[in-house]
Design a protein around this ligand. Structure first.
Ligand code: NAD
Length: 481
């Protein structure tokens, strides 16, 4: 039975959280508590998994895989649909828990949880079929797809439900078993989700263990885990890749992006400025694909900047939990890092046109939207992703020049281009070295679009039909006629 009243009541203190191993909640000797980023008060006890818990989870997954790997497409589709229903039945609980651990508003958190269910529903209808690759008088050659084995999934804190669910559903839909480790900054929603999902899945198919870097290291080194799907920072991704060479695990790395947003001279500013503001400031900029460098054509730079400053005033420090788009920074570590970036701008005399006030007036890790005009291209705020509501606005005149500036090594995840001239937009997009380019849209991955990083932004990818290939072993069948 789930360790919570599942009637949608707001029974805060009644929530209990467990690791989930072999279909059952497992109590833990050691716990930690996450600090609520809005109130700075400690939240619930979160269990810390031991190396023995990991061994037990791997053993349970190994047993479960013997049957689950042979499940039919129809059985997997039924299972992913039933998990979607579990999520939807428990939206209120999962949204409340995720809201507390991330600092998101109720509206934002509920939207995330509902989107997590859509991801399951999407893969109910999308599968990899065997494909005839070649045929002549003597032979037929088919590509077929098999599960790889036990997946170790490791997720970050900015979208705890969605970014974890992508890994879980991709694994389940392709016949893999999955052990997932949430970020220790946001363990609760995933622990609760996994516990609730046990009612519709065989034991050992989907398990969760909470812990930090140490547990992540153990997972990446464990000989019983066959592949790793990681979302997080570039530095940790590089470390994981090194660890995985020891057992030659397959690896998916979804890493950071220092994404450029290019605004051309022919745009309608009234339409575009609100989109760019959302791209940069939604969830306080704590979005992997957020617009982290805005390049505006010099001919409309001043007007754009004035309008962006006005628009940014809609993203206010707002303790109303229903505020739709803005939030505090989700934890003290990210808040301190962001304050360091603002201080670096001040120390170097860059022109802060709005915001820059990092002294908290009340509780919570809030930073007001901060816009920096034309800092140098080699400044910290341009070179590194901010992951905060602090954004540089730069200018350009030559297309070749702005494309070259956009293509930093750490900018391989996403980019956006705004121009009504679609042929021009596609020409620019073709030259941007990033996994996804959004045209006349702010940056949001879509469950049907493959999503992966280029250069320092990662390896492999997920989402869409092609994402399933990265969770599968391609087996070639060569059949003599
Ligand atoms: P992080 O790299 O610090 O941590 C991510 C996860 O890795 C956590 O669960 C953490 O406990 C674990 N971890 C830490 N050290 C580890 C180790 N040595 N071995 C194994 N696991 C380890 O990232 P974060 O701060 O949680 O997330 C923010 C970052 O993630 C940002 O850079 C953001 O751009 C990026 N991100 C990328 C995507 C994407 O899809 N490409 C999506 C969201 C966030």
């Amino acid at each position: 039975m789930p360790s919570v009243e599942t009637n949608g009541s707001n029974g805060d203190s009644s929530y209990k959280f467990f690791n989930v191993i072999d279909g059952k909640p497992r109590p833990s000797k050691d716990h930690h508590q996450v600090i609520d980023p809005r109130t700075e008060e400690p939240l619930w006890d979160a269990p810390i998994a031991t190396p023995q818990d990991l061994d037990d989870a791997v053993a349970a997954a190994t047993r479960a895989f013997k049957t689950w790997k042979n499940s039919t497409t129809a059985e997997r589709q039924k299972a992913v649909h039933e998990v979607a229903e579990v999520i939807l039945k428990n939206v209120d609980i999962l949204a409340e828990v995720q809201m507390r651990e991330t600092g998101k508003s109720k509206t934002m958190s509920k939207f995330d949880v509902e989107r997590a269910a859509w991801h399951f529903e999407y893969y109910r209808n999308v599968t990899l079929e065997d494909e005839l690759q070649y045929e002549d008088d003597t032979v037929q050659i088919y590509s077929t797809h098999q599960p790889i084995g036990i997946l170790g999934a490791i997720s970050p804190w900015n979208f705890p439900m969605i970014l974890s669910v992508i890994k879980v559903v991709s694994a389940l839909a392709t016949g893999n078993c999955v052990i997932i480790k949430p970020s220790p900054f946001t363990p609760y929603s995933l622990l609760k989700f996994c516990e609730l999902a046990q009612s519709v899945l065989p034991p050992g198919v989907f398990q969760v263990l909470n812990g930090g870097a140490e547990l992540g290291e153990q997972m990446t080194l464990h000989p019983g885990i066959h592949h790793i799907s990681f979302t997080g920072t570039i530095a940790v991704g590089q470390r994981i890749l090194q660890n995985c060479t020891k057992t030659l695990k397959k690896v998916i790395l979804e890493l950071a992006g220092n994404n450029a947003c290019i605004v051309c001279e022919d745009v309608d500013l009234a339409k575009v400025v609100p989109l760019v503001a959302s791209g940069a400031l939604f969830h306080a900029g704590q979005v992997c694909v957020a617009s982290k460098r805005i390049y505006v054509h010099e001919s409309l730079y001043d007007r754009f900047l004035d309008m962006l400053v006005e628009e940014s005033k809609k993203y206010v420090v707002d303790d109303d939990e229903n505020s739709p788009a803005f939030s505090p920074l989700s934890n003290k570590v990210n808040y301190d890092r962001a304050v360091g970036i603002v201080e670096d701008c001040k120390k170097n005399g860059y022109k802060i046109v709005t915001g820059g006030d990092v002294k908290p007036t009340g509780k919570g890790y809030w930073i007001t939207p901060t816009i920096v005009s034309k800092p140098p291209e080699d400044s910290l705020i341009v070179r590194e992703e901010q992951f905060a509501p602090i954004v540089p606005v730069l200018s350009w005149t030559s297309e070749a020049d702005v494309i070259a500036r956009a293509n930093l090594d750490n900018a391989g995840l996403g980019a956006s281009v705004y121009t009504p001239d679609l042929a021009r937009a596609r020409k620019i997009a073709a030259q941007l070295e990033s996994g996804t380019v959004w045209i006349n849209q702010f940056e949001r991955p879509h469950h049907a679009g493959f999503f992966g990083g280029w250069k320092l932004s990662g390896y492999g990818g997920e989402l869409g039909k092609e994402g399933l290939l990265h969770y599968s072993q391609i087996k070639t069948l060569q059949i003599a006629k």
